[in-house]
Design a protein around this ligand. Structure first.
Ligand code: A3P
Length: 267
């Protein structure tokens, strides 16, 4: 995870993993109408959303006591398309949150993956680059806006979600996910508490406490591996403010207001 980023078609990507995967996808991948994609900017809660979608679309296959998510990490259940390249899914979805939380979560995550022989990556440095749009799959705002606009143009194909909404109204969002992915919850399932069971299964507390997520490793490539536990840190809205200075907060708020101006999107 010390790879330099390259700028390709407006976004910053790691050359040996993300860019390689993307080029392969652009040349060879043939999506099917029933495919489901999760299109998140890193650290905007990909892990939670993958677990919820996997649990939703497969809910008739597994009982909650012997569920695959209890023994397999969310990223192995629902692989990264650009990394594993052979995924198979329907339509597009997106999940984004406050850029302050995203920056801090990303900075803490990248420092955990950084080889010990290198000096720590300072928050000031990460902040400066993030503001210029230089971060994995960044500029963050361009990613968010791209999917926001596409979701307005084709709402039947793209469901735009915010981490904060999922945190605040998980029941309603999971029901929406069920409808959108073509696996709506029946009244009977609702009265049997299936949605609540799924939320419990996919909760931060439950997933982060499972052996597979405490000890197993996710293999991105032959030489890039990430401990599953690094995908679970705090899982709270607003934690970014505990790390950033007042000046940093104001600058990020100003960039966000400027970039989103006129789009109708509020983060
Ligand atoms: P924090 O670093 O703010 O705690 P991603 O999955 O895109 O890598 O995003 C990781 C963020 O999602 C981390 O945020 C992590 O703690 C949080 N997260 C992971 N699993 C979660 C879950 N089941 N519920 C809520 N948040 C979760």
């Amino acid at each position: 995870m010390t790879e330099h980023l390259v700028h390709y078609q407006g976004f910053w990507l790691t050359p040996r993993t993300a860019l390689k995967g993307l080029l392969w996808i652009q040349d060879h991948f043939k999506p099917r109408p029933t495919d489901i994609f999760v299109a998140t900017s890193p650290k905007t809660d990909t892990t939670w959303l993958k677990a919820l979608i996997f649990a939703t679309v497969n809910r008739t296959r597994y009982g909650f006591s012997e569920h695959t998510l209890l023994t397999t990490g969310p990223h192995d259940c629902f692989p990264f398309l650009d990394i594993f390249v052979d995924g198979n899914h329907r339509s597009l979805q997106d999940l984004d949150g406050d850029p302050k939380d995203v920056l801090v979560s990303k900075w803490l995550f990248m420092n955990k993956l950084r080889p010990k022989q290198l000096p720590p990556f300072s928050l000031e440095e990460a902040f400066g680059l993030f503001c210029q749009g230089i971060s994995h799959y960044g500029p963050y705002w361009d990613h968010v806006l791209g999917y926001w606009k596409a979701s307005l143009e084709t709402p039947e194909k793209i469901l735009f979600l915010k981490y904060e909404d999922l945190k605040m109204e998980p029941f309603a969002v999971v029901k929406r996910l069920g409808e959108f992915t073509g696996y709506p919850f029946s009244l009977e399932e609702e009265s049997e508490g299936v949605v609540e069971e799924m939320l419990k299964l996919c909760s931060f507390e439950n997933l982060s406490d499972l052996e597979v997520n405490k000890t197993s490793v996710l293999k991105f490539s032959r030489d890039i591996m990430v401990d599953n536990r690094h995908f679970f840190r705090k899982g709270e809205v607003g934690d970014g403010k505990n790390y950033l200075t007042e000046d940093m907060i104001q600058r990020l708020n100003a960039i966000t207001a400027d970039k989103l101006h006129g789009s109708g999107l509020v983060l």
